[in-house]
Design a protein around this ligand. Structure first.
Ligand code: ADP
Length: 633
């Protein structure tokens, strides 16, 4: 029934692809090269969204799902404040709803038995396999359509093309890469669409917002909760505090002054006398970490790739490789004397690659990259120098998790307001972290559009593999017109059942249960709902497919952060799930097979293979949402 019901409700978007010839032409164009992180955030308005009026979306002639979108949206999460209702009426309603749901499910099952199977394929991404070259007998291969609006990168485009993706410039797309969507665009997403940004991640990407978010997190949880941000002032608001602190330190500190929202080292300078800043200057001023860890006398920072697949529940992963980026010139301990020499003080690749020595050395072949190392090479080097890298990187992981915890509440509110489906968004962040001479990690910034351009063998090796792992983990689906037609027909047959107003009220019961769990009065693993099972299954499946990504949250060790985590139901559900001994056993053996997992929990009993699991995942998610009438989220 799960499959049938969800199919019946799945939105249908018929895709008209661009003219094949022109698409082909585009594929054959040379790869655009992108230099470094794109400061997409800088072009956004105060609230992080483009202030341009939303242009009418391009409509494909046979796109007919807008009506459905509106209907779905009208079932939205706003079910009224059930807490105000009387207990008695709640109970009566609850039993009515249970009965109604049972009847509905048995009717749906009968319909399902009469119906035919609809397959929803999951796209395989690979470094070596190119689906375009694989002949498929019989039916034409299902295609998926990607749209790039803003900066793209060769790694992403190549991964999509190899998986059979076709670039489109129109409205009917599967996956989106580039700028964050506008508010109205988020609201119109259908369940097949995946977007590479969550709304509201400017809280991380803008330097001023990041500092504010972390400072507010520290105010709520105490100064020890976050020790990784260099002391930061938003100028001119914090000017007085800045000058007072500077004088208190005998006017000896150096500060680094940055535009509030920019990238690639643009507009950055070192300042030894903050009084010289124009009182109206709008910028971020930060204490300069003047004793960095040096390698061969040069300063470096680390680029870490962090993937968030969901904010509710929070699920975040760190890739097991990354980059270390070096200054071209040796560091000068006399910061005051050398403050104008950015080749000694800024580690940005885009700054340092303009240095004459780099330009000269670039020509030499077979040499190690003069400005970049892989993160693995850096770790090996540090281990060789006697550094306890495990301890250092535990702190780095702590920094990453806490940074995301500092913004998750606000991003979740944006998600609730704007995004129709739980899995519409994901985001890859570039965390820039520096180590000081005492091996303490410092968060320098978070990039919401980290560069995925690969212009050297080192970049290619790291970024291509990461991108492939990322898309495999996300489980991007494709669909064909034939299948969409089947879905549409079933939707018509079942629409009266699905939109039953009585079923929508089932969510009252669930909300009550969730509130009890959040207050600690109930175990979330008691009476798992289908949506709960879906979330657990989704999370387990991600782990299976994580490749080089390591899950940092939730993890068995995230229990120590309990004090810092908002008691959000889905977070509690996964945290509790991980506490169960059999769940832990399974994590240890997770790479063996799905079959092993299957025996150990009822949630996975119907998902022996990845493909089948994906089908269930999609269907189960939709069915749970629609059937229980939980509304949009
Ligand atoms: P951008 O987004 O323009 O790259 P960053 O904040 O990343 O700006 O700063 C650019 C470079 O300046 C960093 O890569 C790092 O080398 C250096 N830097 C930034 N902040 C500090 C700091 N507080 N202490 C020492 N060096 C810093």
């Amino acid at each position: 029934s799960r499959r049938l019901l969800s199919e019946s409700l799945m939105e249908v978007r018929m895709v008209v692809t661009e003219d094949k010839a022109s698409g082909k032409r585009r594929e054959e164009e040379g790869e655009e090269e992108e230099e470094e992180d794109v400061g997409s955030i800088s072009s956004l308005g105060q609230d992080g969204f483009d202030s341009d009026p939303d242009p009418a979306p391009e409509q494909d002639s046979d796109t007919d799902d807008d009506e459905t979108d509106r209907e779905m949206a009208s079932m939205g999460g706003d079910q009224g404040d059930f807490f105000e209702e009387q207990d008695k009426s709640k109970q009566a309603e609850a039993s009515e709803e249970v009965q109604e749901k049972a009847t509905w499910q048995s009717r749906a099952k009968r319909l399902e038995q009469a119906g035919e199977e609809v397959d929803v394929s999951v796209l395989p991404f690979s470094l070596t396999r190119d689906l375009r070259k694989e002949e498929e007998a019989g039916e034409p291969r299902n295609k998926f359509f990607f749209k790039i609006d803003g900066a793209s990168s060769n790694c992403v485009r190549n991964a999509w093309r190899r998986a059979g993706g076709v670039r489109t410039h129109k409205g009917g797309w599967n996956v989106w890469w580039g700028r964050p969507l506008k508010q109205e665009e988020y609201k119109k997403l259908n369940s097949f669409q995946r977007v590479c940004h969550f709304p509201g991640t400017f809280f991380l990407g803008r330097k001023d917002s990041l500092a504010k978010s972390i400072l507010s997190f520290r105010r709520s949880h105490g100064p020890a909760s976050f020790t990784y941000l260099p002391k930061t002032y938003i100028h001119p608001e914090d000017r007085e505090r800045l000058l007072a602190d500077w004088k208190e330190k005998g006017s000896r500190s150096t500060y680094i002054v940055k535009p509030r929202a920019s990238a690639r080292g643009q507009g950055i300078k070192l300042v030894v006398d903050p009084e010289s800043l124009a009182p109206s200057s709008s910028c971020v001023v930060q204490e300069y970490i003047d004793k960095p860890l040096l390698i061969d006398g040069r300063k470096f920072d680390m680029r870490l790739y962090v993937l968030v697949t969901s904010f509710d529940p929070l699920r975040l992963y760190l890739y097991d490789d990354g980059l270390a980026r070096f200054c071209t010139e040796k560091y000068d301990e006399d910061v005051r004397g050398s403050s104008g020499d950015l080749f000694r003080h800024l580690t940005n690749y885009s700054v340092n690659k303009t240095h004459a020595s780099f330009l000269a050395r670039e020509a030499e072949e077979g040499e190690q990259h003069p400005l970049k190392w892989s993160l693995r090479a850096l770790k090996e080097h540090l281990q060789g120098a006697g550094v306890d890298t495990r301890r250092v990187f535990e702190q780095v992981e702590d920094l990453i998790v806490k940074t995301l915890l500092a913004v998750e509440g606000r991003i979740n509110s944006k998600l609730q307001q704007l995004v129709p489906y739980r899995n519409n968004c994901y985001e890859l962040f570039g965390f820039d972290v520096m180590l000081d001479a005492s091996l303490h990690p410092w968060l320098i910034e978070v990039n919401t559009s980290p560069s995925l351009a690969a212009d050297s063998p080192l970049d290619k090796r790291i970024k291509n593999a990461m991108v492939v792992d990322m898309f495999n983990m996300l489980g991007i689906c494709t669909y064909s017109r034939r299948k969409l037609k089947q879905l549409r027909d079933r939707k018509e047959r079942l629409s009266s059942l699905a939109f039953s107003s009585r079923l929508q009220r089932a969510s009252v019961v669930d909300k009550h249960r969730q509130a009890e769990v959040c207050k600690g009065r109930r175990d979330p693993l008691e009476d798992l709902t289908e949506l709960d099972e879906e979330i657990i299954r989704e999370s387990e499946e991600e782990l299976q497919l994580a490749g080089g990504f390591k899950r940092l949250f939730p993890s068995p060790s995230s229990e120590r952060l309990r004090r810092l985590i908002q008691p959000r139901y889905n977070n509690l559900l996964l945290a509790r799930w991980l506490e169960r001994p059999h769940a832990l056993d399974r994590l240890k053996t997770r790479r063996r097979s799905f079959a092993g997992a299957e025996e150990d929990t009822r949630c996975f009993s119907s998902a022996p293979k990845r493909q089948a699991n994906k089908v269930l995942r999609i269907v189960g998610r939709k069915e749970a949402r629609e059937a229980a009438g939980r509304g949009r989220r």
